[in-house]
Design a protein around this ligand. Structure first.
Ligand SMILES: [Zn+2]
Length: 406
């Protein structure tokens, strides 16, 4: 079986990581900065070296194309992003872009021609660290956001995506909208601990979990800590504490469910005043839509019960909902077949994070491949992956793409 050149892929990852290298061994390449431009330029030059044609769309997404025997067929694509978190690692996103490039390089080495054209893609502003929301380049392409929305997103200094695309020379002419695509694949580090803990080389990603964000506010009564007997209190913090802990117990009963209370604010915030009002947030996730809506109902019932018992008035707002993502059966099958025929240990896994592949999956048959990362750490300068796993994941990508392209 034809295999990718792992040494070359690793060397390219390390070379890309030098652009915006940080003291602690990571990278800082925020979207559409001068450093991002340098990373994009390097990627483009590598693509052109192997004879790919490169086009840039109105959102600055880069498409490097290796022609197929039948140029009229829709392309098989693979990609990810080169932008990083402010203190990001060397692999998040970059691996997916340079892995796709390595597939094209390998086919070039072997003079191998595919029936369908192949494309390696770098999507703009996946991280959402400089411009919110995340995954915006792939999101506009997939029709989840319109172009005007994409162009007018601004960073904290007020610079818009369109202005910054123009400034760094990446405002392309190619329309940023969905075209006919045979299949889209993305390789990525897992960004979680599962594959490493299970000693697996490859994760066959079946989809992404759904996520609900809530704002909760409990209204009680602020009163004197010394003069209000316990039975007379309407303590909003006590209500919130019960919800936080009872919700956790409930979620623990449900396999694969996740709940996080990441924010909690007291309105009065005083050592000798009973908290009269508390605000907190809930992030709740599950890969199965029906289970997630069951958890939503349980949360609402719990809040109502606790507030009745504690004599509080609740306000609960679902402020954001990300739907669950199910990847294409055939693409998932191609990833599984590739991993098995290459002899890699593998298991099915659901993505905990959002990826460009999640946006693509709404309009294009999509599959994803994970590899382990050290201690499951990501969005951190110490993010690390084994060269052996980097090679394995790219080999799976190669063979999944070939399956779709021939
Ligand atoms: Zn990423």
């Amino acid at each position: 079986m034809i295999e990718i050149n792992g040494t070359r892929l690793w060397k390219s990852l390390m070379e890309m990581a030098e652009i915006g290298a940080t003291d602690k061994g990571g990278s800082r390449r925020l979207a559409l900065t001068d450093l991002d431009r340098q990373g994009r330029d390097l990627f483009q030059s590598w693509c052109k070296e192997i004879g790919c044609s490169v086009s840039i769309d109105e959102m600055g997404n880069i498409f490097a194309r290796r022609e197929g025997r039948n140029p009229n067929l829709p392309p098989v694509q693979a990609g990810s992003h080169l932008d990083t978190q402010p203190t990001g690692g060397k692999f998040d996103g970059v691996y997916g872009v340079l892995g796709a490039l390595e597939v094209l390089r390998t086919l070039h080495d072997h003079n191998y021609s595919t029936e369908s054209p192949l494309e390696a893609i770098c999507w703009t502003n996946e991280e959402g660290a400089r411009f919110s929301p995340a995954m915006i380049g792939s999101g506009v392409w997939a029709g989840i956001f319109d172009l005007e929305f994409g162009h007018t997103r601004a960073d904290p200094e007020g610079m818009t995506i369109r202005e910054e695309l123009e400034r760094i020379g990446y405002l392309g002419a190619r329309p940023c909208r969905q075209t006919d695509v045979k299949a889209y694949y993305e390789i990525h580090i897992e960004q979680g601990p599962v594959l490493e803990a299970e000693s697996k080389t490859v994760g066959i990603v079946t989809g992404g979990q759904g996520c609900n964000w809530y704002h909760l506010r409990l209204h009680g009564m602020a009163s004197h800590a010394g003069t209000t007997p316990m039975a007379y209190r309407r303590d909003a913090l006590h209500g919130a504490a019960r919800i936080v802990s009872e919700l956790r117990e409930e979620v623990l009963q449900q396999e694969n469910a996740l709940v996080t209370v990441g924010t909690l604010n007291l309105q009065h915030d005083s050592i000798n005043t009973i908290p009269g009002e508390v605000f907190f947030t809930i992030d709740m996730r599950h890969p199965v839509p029906a289970v997630l809506s069951g958890l939503d109902q349980n949360l609402r019932n719990l809040v109502e019960k606790v507030c009745r018992e504690e004599k509080l008035e609740p306000e609960i707002n679902l402020i954001w909902e990300a739907p669950t993502v199910t990847f294409d059966q055939e693409c998932v099958g191609n990833v599984r077949d590739a991993a098995k025929s290459l002899g890699y240990s593998c298991q099915e896994i659901v993505s905990g994070a959002g990826h460009d592949a999640c946006q693509m999956s709404h309009v294009v048959p999509t599959g994803m491949i994970f590899i382990p990362c050290k201690d499951g750490v990501s969005h951190n300068e110490i993010e690390s992956a084994e060269p052996e796993h980097i090679t394995s994941g790219a080999n799976v990508l190669l063979h999944a793409m070939l399956k779709s392209a021939n």
